[in-house]
Design a protein around this ligand. Sequence first.
Ligand code: ZN
Length: 333
Amino acid sequence: MELKREVQTAEILDPRRDFQPTPTSVEVRWDPLIGYSSRIVAGASFLPPSDFDLEAFGRQTAENCFFCAPRLEAVTPKFPAGLISEGRIHRGEAVLFPNIQAYSLYSSVSVYSPNLHYMPLKSVAASIVADNLGAQVDFLARAARYDSTARWASINANHMLPSGSSLFHPHLQGSLDRHPTIVQELLARVPADRFRDYLNTEKLLGQRYLGRLGSVDWLTSFAPFGFNELRAFVPSVASPVQLSQAHVQDLAEGITRALRFYGELGFECFNLAIYGAPPETDGYMLSLRLVCRSNLQHLYRSDVAYFERLHWQAMVDSTPEELAQKAGDRFRG
Ligand SMILES: [Zn+2]
């Protein structure tokens, strides 16, 4: 498979070099699965680190948090008994309940724990990620059995306010709907051999492939949607509703390592999506994307500009190869 990219170079008279003619470059890359393009402005620094005191802000927001014990039991909704007989799903410390403002036909929120209001990414524990992910898989599988017309499942996260979360308390969101999102629809159209070809090409090239944890392959995106983007594939699985307990453990291990990596890079805000296709989609590989978002800080710069919001094209400041080098052997064995 050819991974399509082009570096375009023009010239400016640079005031930093006494107005000498100086080349300026920008790289455009095309995603080999769904064809969208990204811009890489190597050497720029669009997402500065932050000295914002997240722990203090956590203490402040915990006082009235709906997702903290003991308020969660009193103020979060329950599912009707026909869908989830016990109303809310408990797994380990994780608690899953309906989104009070539905984002999709079957829309869930799950906290890692009612006692975990502040979760610094450097110290995320794999067991709490696995329990929370497991609760979402259980919910989506039961909702899919309850309503066979809803076949598009996804598991997602907005983590911290700049990522789109309205609440500080860490949580995941599940979605089962009759209609795909645009990215779900595009991914579901990818022929089976193209998924395999992409993954094999990346393994062979070795510049972005990070390793395999159990049943899950991890890599940096050739053409990212966002900053420090990591991508994972679960071959032979089309929908989150088909994930076994072993798959959940493997995925949770990788997500945990990814979040700790983000913490070490100086980021605390992220978005996650696990894009499901209908379970019978032939040759589909369950696909995950994880991106860093702007840190919380006063007068911050959004990581989403006119390129992302209006042109549907990411513009990022470092290369996927640099990210893979920084990740090192984190995703190996
Ligand atoms: Zn809370």
